[in-house]
Design a protein around this ligand. Structure first.
Ligand code: NDP
Length: 394
């Protein structure tokens, strides 16, 4: 029987724990460990069909992780803590020869910057340890990379243009809240935009480029160009690519709040002195904002995330749209969580399932598009994330 160790008991951790329990024949014994054990216990209590063991762990501490992974005898570590913990958890997996999976690329806590460099640099060590590391197995990155690989495998000889389109049309009724960890989310959307064209990265001001996209089952939405991490690996792995961009929808109220928070310095990541105490503004803001995990019961509406790929098949131009639509309330009914955590947690579970079943295998670190997309796409249909392909006019 397998032993599955999930690290992180936030919004995504809850979904991963529920979905692993629904696939207990593959995941076997499930251990949920996080900084705050009470959060793990709360999730374990929600899950009725399987007993989830819980533990407290400091995932910033590699030695503590190594001891813990050995103690529980994990066959896989699913890292759904924060991107700051990626490297310590990867190093503990290397030291214990344990397969590793995450959903977001490493971000240095003191720099609002995320990239794969340091995770890719561990490729040799993963190979030496004879283990697989799967990077970015959420929705975006994650399912969007798989959509690109699926388009490349089944629809194109060469893909020239990709737009990744991420729409969350959910309404939680608060004037301002973020759908996942506020610090990570706000750092991402307040950063400069960037896209890749003809071999070069082109930088834009934050929210400088906007297009209106008509999302199936949702309707037209303002969609803003952002930098997003899956582009870093896709530019290397998709044949013939000339341009790739990433767009995310934001409502006017969200943008107004962001602008004000930015202008008054609340998004700052440097410590400031406040009445004799050092505080980091964005961390303090996180304390004030609603906990993303609490949005579940109040969020209504749908998410729609997909990719539009354009290129050539047998010398003829072709354009397709692969997308997935999910209803927030349906997610809550199934796993007590809103759609953003759901659409991240389910692909994390699927990636881990394919690894444990050795349907996805190999040694070293992999981005999602480097693996056969078909079994992942099949699992998405079975595990609550059905997708569609639509041919568009070129
Ligand atoms: P949350 O902030 O809700 O949860 C993070 C969890 O990690 C919390 O339980 C937290 O513990 C725990 N944690 C933080 N630091 C440590 C530590 N040092 N040791 C042990 N546990 C720790 O985040 P989400 O669940 O929303 O997101 C989880 C991950 O998913 C993030 O990396 C995020 O970037 C990624 N993500 C990926 C997406 C994708 O599509 N690829 C989309 C959305 C998110 P505590 O409760 O004590 O704070």
């Amino acid at each position: 029987m397998n032993t599955t160790l999930i690290i992180g008991a936030g919004g995504v951790g809850r979904v991963v724990a529920h979905k692993c329990a629904m696939n207990a024949d593959v995941f076997g014994k499930i251990i949920l460990a996080s900084r705050t054990k009470s959060k793990c216990d709360e999730i374990a209590l929600e899950i009725k069909n399987v007993t989830i063991e819980t533990a407290s762990i400091d995932a910033d501490n590699t030695n503590e992780l190594i001891e813990f992974i050995k103690q529980v005898g994990a066959d896989i570590v699913i890292n759904v803590a924060l991107p700051y913990q990626d490297l310590t958890i990867m190093d503990a997996c290397i030291a214990t020869n344990t397969p590793y999976l995450d959903t977001a690329n490493y971000e240095h806590p003191d720099e609002a910057k995320f990239e794969y460099k340091e995770q890719w640099a561990r490729d040799d060590k993963f190979k030496e340890a004879g283990i697989m590391g799967l990077l970015g197995s959420g929705f975006d990155p994650g399912a969007t990379n798989v959509f690109c690989a699926y388009a490349q495998k089944h629809y194109f000889d060469e893909i020239h243009y990709i737009d990744i389109l991420d729409c969350n049309a959910g309404d939680h009724g608060y004037p301002f809240a973020t759908n996942f960890n506020p610090e990570i989310n706000l750092r991402e959307v307040s950063a400069k935009g960037r896209y890749w064209e003809n071999g070069e990265w082109i930088e834009t001001e934050p929210m400088e480029i906007m297009q209106v996209w008509d999302y199936p089952e949702v309707g037209p939405k303002d969609s803003y160009l952002l930098y997003h991490e899956e582009m870093e690996s896709l530019v290397q792995n998709i044949k013939g690519l000339k341009r790739i961009r990433f767009f995310m929808t934001f409502g006017q109220s969200y943008l107004k709040h962001m602008e004000v928070l930015q202008n008054v310095g609340m998004l700052g990541i440097e410590p400031v002195e406040h009445q004799g105490q050092k505080i980091i503004p964005i961390e303090f803001l996180k304390t004030l904002l609603p906990d993303p995990a609490s949005l579940g019961p109040r969020t209504k509406g749908k998410t729609n995330i997909g990719i539009v790929a354009e290129g050539l098949k047998d010398g003829v131009k072709k354009k397709i749209y692969i997308y997935q639509v999910k209803d927030h309330e349906e997610c809550y009914k199934e796993v007590l969580s809103q759609g953003v955590s759901y659409t991240t947690g389910v692909p994390a579970m699927i990636g881990a399932k394919l690894m444990l079943e050795e349907i996805w295998s190999g040694t070293g670190v992999f981005n999602m598009e480097q693996l056969d997309p078909d079994p992942f796409m099949e699992e998405m249909n079975k595990q609550g994330l059905p997708w569609k392909v639509k041919e568009l006019e070129v």
